[in-house]
Design a protein around this ligand. Structure first.
Ligand SMILES: Nc1ncnc2c1ncn2[C@@H]1O[C@H](COP(=O)(O)O)[C@@H](OP(=O)(O)O)[C@H]1O
Ligand SMILES: [Mg+2]
Ligand SMILES: [Mg+2]
Ligand SMILES: [Mg+2]
Length: 343
């Protein structure tokens, strides 16, 4: 019984309540859906922006690498040993470069997973902030933006590649590298030499600032290999390509990929194929893989398997990298090394 003698019909009350709920749902559905949209937008990453930040990160890290080398303040120490027993070196160049590169990428894209070779608990007080300017050459070569969910991205950074050679003063081999993998596939690669200032970048299906050479020799190829983690690469190559094959030992996984490209600088040797037979990690190889893929080339394990750039840092199956040749035919020439893994 309602006050003042007004009698409410139960059906009327029910209809009224339903109407009220409908209005509330209508109002809140709008709010909720716009919240979801805003949330989603925050987690969508424009790959052209991520390329611009990657190029910037390689440059800011590179400035630290150069400064530490020029001040002779490397303070090198051993982080441990590789599986083959070689010392894994860490210098202040690796560490300071890591801080700058990692924080620049993380502060711009907080939802993106970034795997760096180095680690550090100190928050960089003067960490670089991206100015949101996409450089002219990137805007010119990549005209369409492409957005992907942040969750699908893994960024690999090598704050200083060829640390061994860096400690020996062999500056030509040293690079900083950034790679962006989407769903495990390498999509963006940046390789920067801090001492010459040269940067190679490419986006698969997008564009690049570097090209393949007009031709490559696969009959008697010049093969570039590691100088400090070579393992048994020499007999491996001779078995595949003959005893007279030209083998070029060089430092740095980044440098060795640059040696396959058409770089208008005399400092880069010109190789036809890059082979690595020992264990190697994904921050060493992802950027080179993305650049080669963008230019129509391949980087695979020695068995010709694609490398998945999500998940663990390890690449166990060695490396074969080539550009504009029949990669499968190269794989078929290689000896079976089932019984000599990691050598
Ligand atoms: N067997 C191995 N185990 C661990 N890292 C290896 C390796 N072989 C090569 N690397 C790493 O791959 C990069 C290129 O090596 P190389 O010059 O011998 O070709 C170097 O990266 P960093 O200098 O970033 O550590 C090196 O440490
Ligand atoms: Mg290292
Ligand atoms: Mg490296
Ligand atoms: Mg390194």
């Amino acid at each position: 019984m309602a006050p003042m003698g007004i009698r409410l019909s139960p059906l009327g009350v029910a209809v009224f309540c339903l109407l009220g709920l409908g209005v509330i749902y209508h109002l809140y559905a709008g709010v909720i859906s716009s919240r979801i949209a805003a949330f989603r937008q925050g987690r969508a990453v424009d790959l052209r922006e991520l390329l611009a930040v990657s190029v910037e990160a390689a440059a800011v890290g590179g400035r630290e690498v150069k400064r530490v080398r020029e001040q002779n303040a490397l303070e090198e120490k051993s982080k441990g040993k590789t599986r083959e027993g070689a010392k894994e070196m860490l210098t202040l160049g690796d560490l300071y470069s890591h801080r700058k590169m990692y924080h620049l990428i993380k502060s711009t894209f907080p939802f993106v997973k970034v795997n760096s070779e180095e680690h550090d608990d100190v928050a960089d007080q003067e960490s670089a902030v991206w100015d949101h300017v996409i450089p002219e050459d990137i805007r010119h070569k990549i005209t369409e933006s492409r957005e992907v969910p942040a969750e699908s991205i893994t960024v690999w950074i090598d704050p200083l590649d060829a640390t061994q050679e860096y400690t020996e003063g062999l500056r030509q081999y040293v690079t900083t590298m950034v790679c962006v993998a989407v769903d495990g596939e390498p999509v963006i690669g940046v390789i920067h030499n801090p001492f010459t200032g040269y940067t190679a970048w490419a986006m698969v299906g997008g564009g690049s600032n570097v090209n393949a050479r007009p031709s490559y020799n696969t009959q008697s190829p010049r093969i570039i290999v590691s100088r400090s983690h070579a393992g048994k690469v020499k007999p491996f190559i001779q078995e595949a390509f003959g005893n007279d094959t030209v083998i070029l030992p060089a430092g740095g996984a980044g440098y060795k990929v640059l040696s396959l490209l058409d770089i208008p600088e005399e400092k880069y040797e010109k190789a036809d194929v890059y082979v690595h037979v020992t264990y190697i990690k994904k921050w060493d190889i992802c950027a080179g893989n993305a650049i080669l893929k963008a230019l129509g080339g391949h980087m695979t394990t020695l068995k010709g398997e694609e490398i998945d750039y999500a998940g663990s840092e390890a690449n166990e199956g060695g490396l074969l990298a080539s550009l504009l040749v029949n990669h499968k035919a190269l794989v078929e020439k290689l000896p079976n090394r089932e019984n000599e893994k990691h050598n």
